[in-house]
Write a new protein. Sequence first.
Lengths: 108, 108
Amino acid sequence: MNIETAAAQLEALGNPTRLNIYRTLVRAGGSGLPVGKLQLKLDIAASTLSHHIRKLVEVNLVSQERQATTLICRANYASMNGLLGYLADECCIDETGACAPAASEVAA
Amino acid sequence: MNIETAAAQLEALGNPTRLNIYRTLVRAGGSGLPVGKLQLKLDIAASTLSHHIRKLVEVNLVSQERQATTLICRANYASMNGLLGYLADECCIDETGACAPAASEVAA
DNA sequence: TCGATCCTTCTAGAAAGTTAGAATTATAGG
DNA sequence: CCTATAATTCTAACTTTCTAGAAGGATCGA
């Protein structure tokens, strides 16, 4: 994980609509959700949703699998863990102990 | 922590320059860094730096303290921890265990 | 092959972000 | 009060993002 990748993933999550998409996918669990179901849940235009999903896919936070005519979207937990690890390691080093849990978690 | 706050903080960090600013402040430790030192380290225009710092201050990821003519900037570890906690709780719930460490960490 | 469903891509306009030079404010020292 | 230092705000140009209607591509059943 380098700083450019981390920034790109943070930027992808740094939009309320996309963060909501991602959170909805996480709550959907391992089976994921088709794009159409996401559209119904979030009530946004199909083209808008498609663009947002593409951004999340581009930074590897979401993966897609085609099943016939529907496209299943799933949250990529490994990528999120990588991002959380980067932030804990690179951006939360605190000798006062305020960030100790996260930092020690990775070191342990 | 609500989704709007989380998105705003993620957006603030989702720019390579700002993420670099934040990381530099983290590495500077509890004593922080004056804006001028940040400018020398990062080699960007003063006005540009000021705008980026303001964004980080607005979302409470960075705090500032005036000492005579210099403004000391410090990373706000508590805010970063709050953000990491939100992501672990709301966006990394994985029954397969891939995200279990982060989720259990907060619950414990 | 035709039609239906599902989703993406095209296109375009409005809105917001990024950058930095110039001017301005804030603070302190002489 | 004047000057110097430190940083912000103003301004403007450029780029990017966001949104969504319209058109197009992919897949499958009949």
